[in-house]
Write a protein that binds this ligand. Structure first.
Ligand code: AMP
Length: 114
């Protein structure tokens, strides 16, 4: 499964991405198939396959991802609001086996999501 981890290839610089933020804990880049005018993926550098694999030692990095989302929302002009999504496993719609947070904005969001 990890062989299909395209986000690890982006982290390792093996394939390009439109990077909007990087630091020692995470990377953020624009989604190639944006579902909103602004659609960014924020991923930890640590390989965590799904949200369900989180452990206590991941508390800090997950808090960090949220703070990066706040910073990016400000920088990318999402003052009107935004949506954060983490799809978990096949049933949750996850297609890449590396935990990632979707930051989406720039349009009105519907509820419930599909
Ligand atoms: P999910 O379905 O929650 O696993 O989200 C995976 C997301 O990764 C999708 O929105 C894809 O469009 C996006 N994606 C897949 N490959 C790439 C890539 N090489 N660069 C940027 N985004 C990608």
């Amino acid at each position: 499964m990890l062989d299909d981890n395209i986000f690890l290839k982006i982290l390792n610089g093996e394939i390009p991405a439109d990077i909007v933020h990087e630091d020692e804990h995470c990377l953020a880049f624009r989604d190639v198939q944006p579902q909103a005018p602004t659609h960014v993926l924020i991923i930890p550098r640590k390989v965590i396959t799904t949200h369900a694999d989180l452990t206590e030692e991941d508390q800090q990095v997950m808090g960090h991802l949220h703070l990066v989302a706040v910073k990016l929302a400000q920088e990318l002009g999402l003052e009107e609001g935004y949506r954060l999504v983490i799809n978990c496993k096949d049933g949750g719609g996850q297609s890449v086996p590396h935990l990632h947070m979707h930051l989406m904005g720039g349009r009105d969001m519907k509820w419930p999501p599909g």
